[in-house]
Design a protein around this ligand. Structure first.
Ligand SMILES: *[C@@H]1O[C@H](CO)[C@@H](O)[C@H](O)[C@H]1NC(C)=O
Ligand SMILES: *[C@@H]1O[C@H](CO)[C@@H](O)[C@H](O)[C@H]1NC(C)=O
Ligand SMILES: *[C@@H]1O[C@H](CO)[C@@H](O)[C@H](O)[C@H]1NC(C)=O
Ligand SMILES: *[C@@H]1O[C@H](CO)[C@@H](O)[C@H](O)[C@H]1NC(C)=O
Ligand SMILES: *[C@@H]1O[C@H](CO)[C@@H](O)[C@H](O)[C@H]1NC(C)=O
Ligand SMILES: *[C@@H]1O[C@H](CO)[C@@H](O)[C@H](O)[C@H]1NC(C)=O
Ligand SMILES: *[C@@H]1O[C@H](CO)[C@@H](O)[C@H](O)[C@H]1NC(C)=O
Length: 471
């Protein structure tokens, strides 16, 4: 007995270390171009007539500075230095080989007049503005077709002064979809780090059709009741790393997307190789991590580790709908801590929200190979609401070592499942759903994403061990 216990322990440690250490490769973001952190040329925004009094509109100064700095793009690039002060501006366009540096005490303030946020075409993968048909306001800091762009500093702030936009939204006074704080489109080699983002009109940071993106060490804040103030939304982008961020907003902290219904299906740009490490924060209406609901170009190879969410609505959520098409597959989420969260894990197969009536109702999304392991939650309302699509079962969903302590006064059953299938091991409270009854080890570890190298599968009869049953 003692010997087999030891053997099991060794196998267990090897197995869990294997899954922990090597899934998704390195534990840190890698920079595609670390030389870009040091630019040979630097100018201050004040050299272009900017006034940091919080009243003077500095859009022209930003545009002129960036026009000038463009001449250094083949000479190692340049830095635009923004010193302490309140720099009011409308939307401006970035250039390649640029570092936008917000010094300590520097705040870029978004104008509160909508005409300072010009209107641009909808994204091809959305076919229209996200909240209103037609065009959309351009983000405060915008860039297209760029390479090697760094937005950083010494905890400077980008403040969207979004409350006026939230009022326009609530009162139905918008003419176009609200803008983001930063949107970079069709760009590569991006770093956004060491800054604070406040009060975005809409989503905060939106890399779309991008590659090689690092988002690191940000504080992103907006009131809990502010509408659609998502933190970071990687969209149809590849090789994105988000780490060490603290996000408290009115919507998802991070939401991974890839286009909307028939537009996303035909544009066919997936989000893949996305790594999120050490994300913490709060959202009272939405999720810590969301995938979707726009996922029509496909989402895969997602590695999330060390998520801490408190006083929030939902921990981890996958949202989709008939009409979306696309897929979400090969997702590995581990080391999650949830404190006072209403829903631990939620899958929604009938989210709805279509861009128009032209969506194809039989374009069914494929949701498979989602592994969630090492989760601990206290004061949870419902452990899991797992709802797939009738005739389109979400499959190979694996829960390993998940403990979600449900609130004492909760009368609901801790797990609800429909049209989902998978495996579970060491889950408490037990998943009472038949479709999760089979345990992962030994025979199903290869069906579970991120666990296939597991040594446990070699140990036959492991899952029947009395020691494990009481574990
Ligand atoms: C980016 O590239 C596209 C396609 O070549 C082009 O239509 C668009 O005008 C470019 N945008 C900018 C800002 O250069
Ligand atoms: C993306 O940017 C590259 C240049 O960086 C350009 O050649 C290409 O046309 C752009 N594509 C789109 C769809 O904008
Ligand atoms: C995070 O950013 C702050 C400034 O916002 C800086 O003081 C701190 O050193 C950064 N931490 C890391 C790990 O980069
Ligand atoms: C950065 O500034 C924000 C807001 O001003 C603050 O909440 C945060 O603690 C600061 N971070 C650091 C590392 O100084
Ligand atoms: C919408 O358009 C009307 C008419 O041009 C304008 O008066 C109003 O300010 C616009 N609203 C917003 C929020 O931009
Ligand atoms: C963030 O700031 C810290 C402290 O100044 C610095 O060491 C680090 O390189 C910065 N990181 C990034 C990614 O800008
Ligand atoms: C189970 O998950 C918790 C985190 O919730 C972790 O501390 C613990 O080490 C995990 N157990 C094993 C055997 O890895």
């Amino acid at each position: 007995m003692k010997r087999s216990f030891l053997l099991l322990y060794v196998l267990l440690v090897q197995a869990l270390y294997g899954a922990w250490c090597c899934v998704g490769g390195s534990l840190h973001c890698e920079y595609s171009n670390s030389a870009s952190l040091h630019r040979p040329h630097s100018v201050s925004i004040t050299e272009f007539g900017a006034v940091g009094d919080g009243v003077t509109l500095n859009t022209k100064a930003f545009q002129n500075a960036l026009f000038y700095l463009n001449s250094f793009s083949d000479k190692g690039g340049a830095k635009l230095f923004v010193p302490a002060g309140q720099w009011l501006t409308g939307s401006f366009d970035l250039i390649s080989h640029l570092t936008l540096w917000l010094d300590k005490g520097a705040t870029i303030l978004g104008s509160t007049s909508s005409e300072n946020w010009p209107v641009v075409d909808p994204l091809p993968s959305y076919g229209r503005g996200r909240e209103l048909p037609g065009r959309r306001h351009r983000s405060l800091i915008y860039g297209q077709n760029l390479t090697d762009v760094v937005i950083t500093g010494e905890n400077g702030t980008i403040d969207g002064q979004g409350s006026i936009w939230w009022d326009w939204f609530r009162n139905g006074e918008l003419n176009y979809t609200r803008p983001h704080l930063v949107e970079l489109m069709n760009s590569t080699g991006l770093v956004i780090s060491n800054l604070t983002f406040l009060n975005s009109p809409f989503w905060n940071i939106h890399p779309v059709y991008c590659r090689d993106v690092v988002v690191k060490n940000l504080t992103i804040l907006a009131p809990l009741e502010s509408p659609n103030t998502d933190g970071v939304d990687p969209d149809s982008s590849t090789n994105v790393c988000i780490e060490d961020c603290y996000i408290v907003t009115g919507d998802d902290l991070v939401s991974i997307k890839s286009g909307w219904d028939e537009y996303g299906i035909s544009y066919a740009r997936p989000s893949s190789k996305i790594k999120i490490n050490r994300l913490s924060g709060q959202t009272s209406s939405s999720s810590g991590i969301a995938i979707g609901s726009e996922m029509s170009g496909g989402v895969s190879e997602i590695y999330i580790k060390d998520l801490h969410l408190f006083n929030s609505n939902t921990g981890i959520r996958i949202k989709t709908s008939p009409g979306r098409g696309g897929y979400v597959r090969n997702v590995h989420i581990s080391n999650v801590k949830l404190d006072n969260v209403q829903k631990g894990i939620r899958f929604t197969g009938t989210y709805g929200e279509h861009p128009d009536e032209k969506f194809d109702p039989i374009a069914l999304p494929v949701i498979e190979k989602i592994t969630i392991e090492n989760v601990n939650g206290e004061d949870i309302g419902v452990a899991g609401l797992l709802e797939g699509i009738e005739g389109d079962v979400f499959k190979n969903i694996c829960f390993l070592n998940v403990t979600l302590t449900v609130k004492k006064n909760s009368k609901r059953s801790p797990w609800k499942c429909s049209n989902v299938r998978g495996y579970s091991q060491w889950v408490s409270p037990e998943i009472a759903c038949d479709s999760f009854k089979e345990s992962i080890f030994p025979e199903h570890s290869s069906d579970c994403f991120g666990l296939s190298e597991n040594k446990l599968e070699e140990s036959s009869g492991f899952s029947k061990s009395p020691w494990l049953l009481s574990w």
